[in-house]
Design a protein around this ligand. Structure first.
Ligand SMILES: Nc1nc2c(c(=O)[nH]1)N(C=O)[C@@H](CNc1ccc(C(=O)N[C@@H](CCC(=O)O)C(=O)O)cc1)CN2
Ligand SMILES: Nc1ncnc2c1ncn2[C@@H]1O[C@H](COP(=O)(O)OP(=O)(O)OP(=O)(O)O)[C@@H](O)[C@H]1O
Length: 198
């Protein structure tokens, strides 16, 4: 097993050991910090917030999604690209949108071309992570999906986009062995802190 895979396992176990009450408290604190950051940035009313549907011990985004909807912030979720393996599409998400499960068992909006939201319309992109380090380097589930999305952002294709990792405090480690494709996140929000790396 590679060092990254070993670290992924260890951090997933750490996250899974959190109690339901700890998970709920963490989700509420992160939601509060994230909404405060959004308000501070003063997005345009038509700018989207990309988020994710939590899986396993990932920082639960259901409170955040409710808060975004309450604030009438247009919201999008990732959809695995049906033609380009490893790429994500982002699709409009509201309570009426028909949902399906992707190959990993994660709920995603059923593919609908008219509801695809280009990243140029997304202001905040909240992303899950398994681990992060002192420089904002991120370790994900190992599919490279968000790495590819971040590569477009780093090239400057989406100047308004702010990528933000969401995590539990126990997901922080001193150093993630980075690969050449890894792109550090400019923001990571945990229950105890908003980390800024830019
Ligand atoms: N909630 C959530 N949604 C997300 C992601 C995520 O990490 N979390 N993704 C972020 O990219 C994308 C899906 N990526 C995923 C990549 C791998 C696995 C997975 O289950 N992997 C296997 C190990 C595979 C292997 O060994 O190579 C596993 O963990 O058991 C799941 C999702 C898009 N949506
Ligand atoms: N920009 C990219 N272009 C093409 N392939 C990439 C890119 N970024 C990562 N990959 C590929 O994706 C695979 C998985 O990468 P990695 O282990 O870093 O995923 P991850 O960051 O843990 O997962 P995710 O981003 O989906 O949460 C690697 O084999 C890598 O070659």
């Amino acid at each position: 097993m590679s060092l990254r895979q070993q670290l992924r396992r260890e951090l997933q176990q750490r996250r899974a050991a959190l109690s339901k009450a700890q998970q709920q408290q963490a989700a509420a604190q992160v939601c509060h910090r994230a909404m405060a950051f959004i308000a501070e940035q003063q997005p345009q009313p038509d700018q989207y917030c990309g988020t994710y549907h939590s899986l396993g011990g990932e920082l639960d985004t259901s409170l955040l999604i409710d808060a975004l909807w309450q604030q009438h912030m247009p919201t999008a979720l990732p959809v695995l690209h049906p033609l380009n393996p490893g790429q994500l599409l982002f699709q409009h998400y509201d309570p009426e949108v028909p949902m399906t499960k992707n190959r990993y068992g994660i709920a995603e909006p059923a593919l609908h071309c008219g509801r695809i939201i280009p990243l140029s319309r997304v202001r905040f992109l909240f992303m899950p992570l398994v681990g992060f380090d002192a420089t904002g380097q991120r370790l994900g589930m190992g599919g490279g999906y968000y790495d590819r999305t971040l590569a477009h952002w780093q090239r400057g294709d989406y100047p308004d986009l702010i990528p933000i990792g969401l995590a539990h405090d126990c997901q922080r480690v001193d150093n993630i062995p980075a690969e050449h494709w890894d792109i550090p996140l400019p923001h990571i929000i945990t229950p105890s802190k908003h980390w800024i790396f830019c």
